[in-house]
Design a protein around this ligand. Structure first.
Ligand SMILES: Nc1ncnc2c1ncn2[C@@H]1O[C@H](COP(=O)(O)OP(=O)(O)OP(=O)(O)O)[C@@H](O)[C@H]1O
Length: 636
């Protein structure tokens, strides 16, 4: 409830207007029966035409004021609930942006979508129904019974008894339905997850002929939901018919008692119709309130689910430094790092969040990324995925990571981006622990091509400008050329060509090249390519790497690959197995010193290729040694 008040707070004035309009509407509705009774009892029985006209005018004014109140109440109430719904959606989405991979796993993607869309819809409807249908009940009941008592005490008390009976039945049915509604929300989550899975994996389902299995599994999810929804409807229907029954009994009883009271000269004849109207009005309000009350427990569950997301403390917290240090005159980036951090961490100095989207610059050979004894364990795992990782990525050089599937290659990239944090040791970017930086500042300096090339719906240009909003068309074409995306030039609309959600209207290789181009448009200090060349043919792979070497010559490059051909020319290769570094060096060094690397090479290269490479490596080594000898001789 506190969560709802938090979101209603900015709309205090509008909430007050809605409540005032509701009061006006209610006053008008409740006044009409009394005016009518007076008109008949006094005006007609005495034949006072002026009195009848005056009461008629009062009635007209009451009806008009009540209508205006109803209109204002409905309009402002719908407006209020829509705005609150929008704010809750924004808050849920904003909170999710700060989530780490682990946080997302905790909630589940399907549930996150249900919370943002379905749950907020329920909250919105509950706000509207509570204001329009529930709030009037206590006022209508108290004022209606009071007005009935003012006409005749016995009639008023009888009405109060009927109201109490219907209210008790309403409370009982709502509390019974509440638990079922809580279950329903979980079933909606389950249906969402199962539906997403089977729609996105429809090709696999068809390929394996598992349509029937999937149909059964989904039918199970749908049926569980339907069974519970029917149970709620049973409760609702039972209450509905008993309420209508009680309403009719109330009407008959009012007329019967009213007749007796009129016979006893205790009240006037027209007062009977006023009391009947009050009875009907109050019981009708209670019935309507019951419909919205049924929604309340569900809305409270939805609200709590949204609150869990909004108040969730992300497992990855921003550091104090909002900027990477610029190198000082002496090139001392470490000293500058300390100064930048001290400045950012000073009390009252908020961390900078907006950084110029440019690389920090720096000398060739500077350490850009540094893994220092870094270990990592997933929250739900029993053992570390990465063990004591030590290596550096230097500016102007290419570092490659190769290893069997599941060895932890992508996890290394994700730690640089802080999608996960180290559990031991540290990871540094340009001399600063990545945990000391804000995530925005950190990611500003890294350009990343994920393993699964993901494009957003829009145009090619929109996608390419994702990391550099102001890039010119020439820059986009240049990046496309470097990424060997010549196919874009052949598209009739070029950069304006449409991209479907996820980039599904392009082939896997085209998607990879477009996501590489997108990464290149952004100027960064570190470029990470996570298995980004796997869908490319060997020729394109080679051409791309050649063009890339020139394009990002002033940055550090980290290439994660499965294919040895992709990383042969890297300045250093990290060989990873079961999360441990097995070897670190150039291809030639590793061929001599690292059995794990030799195994990979043997499994991927033909023996003649292997010999050629080893021979070339040997020749290159001999040349290097000859060169060194010559230099030494020259020195002598
Ligand atoms: N969210 C997760 N929770 C628990 N374990 C995970 C999670 N994600 C990955 N792992 C485990 O961590 C290990 C390393 O995964 P990672 O994706 O880094 O491997 P990889 O070397 O990049 O594999 P591939 O070459 O197949 O992409 C794997 O054994 C995997 O099972």
């Amino acid at each position: 409830m506190r969560t709802l008040l938090r979101f209603l707070k900015p709309y205090r004035l509008q909430t007050a207007i809605v409540l005032a309009a509701l009061a006006v509407n209610l006053a008008g509705v409740l006044l009409v029966p009394t005016i009518l009774a007076n008109m008949i009892n006094i005006g007609i029985s005495t034949g006072d035409f002026d009195y009848i006209v005056t009461q008629g005018m009062y009635m007209l004014v009451a009806a008009f004021v009540s209508g205006a109140g109803a209109f204002a109440c409905n309009y402002f109430c719908a407006d209020l609930s829509t705005k609150v719904g929008r704010d809750i959606r924004n808050a849920v989405y904003d909170a999710s942006l700060a989530f780490s991979g682990g946080d997302f796993e905790q909630f589940g993607t399907g549930s996150m979508i249900t919370r943002t869309l379905g749950d907020v819809n329920v909250i919105q409807q509950a706000i509207t129904m509570t204001i329009q249908m529930m709030l009037p009940v206590p006022f209508a009941a108290v004022i209606g019974v009071a007005l009935a008592c003012s006409i005749d005490m016995q009639m008023g008390l009888m009405l109060a008894c009927f109201v109490a009976v219907v209210a008790v039945i309403a409370v009982a049915s709502v509390s019974k339905a509440a638990t079922i509604f809580q279950k329903l929300q979980q079933f909606i989550d389950r249906m969402n997850v199962r539906l997403r899975e089977s729609i996105t994996g429809v090709r696999v389902i068809r390929a394996f002929g598992k349509e029937e299995v999937e149909r059964k599994s989904l039918d199970e999810a749908f049926s569980s939901f339907a069974t519970n929804a029917i149970r709620v409807n049973w409760i609702f229907a039972t209450f509905d018919c008993s309420s209508f029954f009680i309403m009719n009994i109330a009407e008959v009883a009012t007329i019967w008692l009213g007749g007796n009271r009129v016979g006893a000269h205790a009240m006037e004849i027209a007062s009977i119709s006023a009391c009947v109207e009050y009875a009907m009005l109050i019981l009708f309000f209670i019935m309507m309130a019951q419909i919205s009350a049924l929604m309340l427990p569900r809305a409270l569950v939805c609200l709590e689910r949204c609150r869990q997301v909004i108040d969730h403390e992300p497992s990855i917290a921003d550091g104090a430094c909002g900027a990477l240090p610029a190198r000082d005159a002496a090139g001392d980036s470490e000293g500058a790092a300390e100064k930048a951090c001290l400045k950012a961490a000073s009390p009252g100095v908020p961390p900078m969040s907006a950084l110029p989207s440019r690389a920090t610059g720096g000398a060739q050979g500077d350490v850009v990324a540094h893994f220092s004894n870094a270990s990592f364990r997933f929250a739900d795992a029993d053992e570390d995925t990465l063990h004591h990782i030590n290596f550096m990525c230097r500016r102007g050089t290419t570092t490659a990571i190769i290893g069997p599937t599941g060895s932890g290659k992508s996890t290394i990239a994700k730690m640089l981006l802080r999608f996960h944090d180290v559990t031991d040791g540290c990871v540094e970017l340009c001399g600063l622990d990545v945990r000391d930086l804000t995530q925005e500042a950190l990611r500003e300096h890294i350009s990343y091509v994920p393993q699964k090339a993901w494009l957003f719906s829009g145009t090619i240009a929109d996608n390419l400008r994702y990391g550099a909003a102001h890039a010119t068309d020439d820059e986009l074409w240049h990046a496309l050329d470097v990424a060997q995306s010549g196919f874009v030039r052949e598209l009739p609309c070029g950069l304006a060509s449409r991209v479907a959600q996820g980039g599904t209207n392009f082939s896997g290789g085209q998607r990879q090249r477009l996501s590489i181009a997108r990464a290149l448009v952004k100027k960064a200090d570190l470029y990470i390519f996570d298995d980004s060349f796997s869908a490319l043919d060997f020729k394109t792979d080679a051409a791309l790497r050649h063009a890339l070497a020139e394009e990002v010559a002033d940055a550090a490059v980290l290439i994660i690959a499965q294919r040895i051909n992709t990383i042969l020319t890297a300045d250093q290769i990290v060989v990873l197995k079961d999360g441990c570094i097995q070897g670190l060096g150039t291809h030639e060094e590793l061929m001599r010193t690292c059995e794990a690397y030799r195994e990979i090479a043997r499994s991927q290269l033909r023996s003649d290729e292997l010999e050629a490479l080893t021979g070339a490596a040997g020749d290159a080594k001999d040349d290097e040694i000859d060169g060194r000898d010559a230099a030494m001789k020259g020195g002598e």
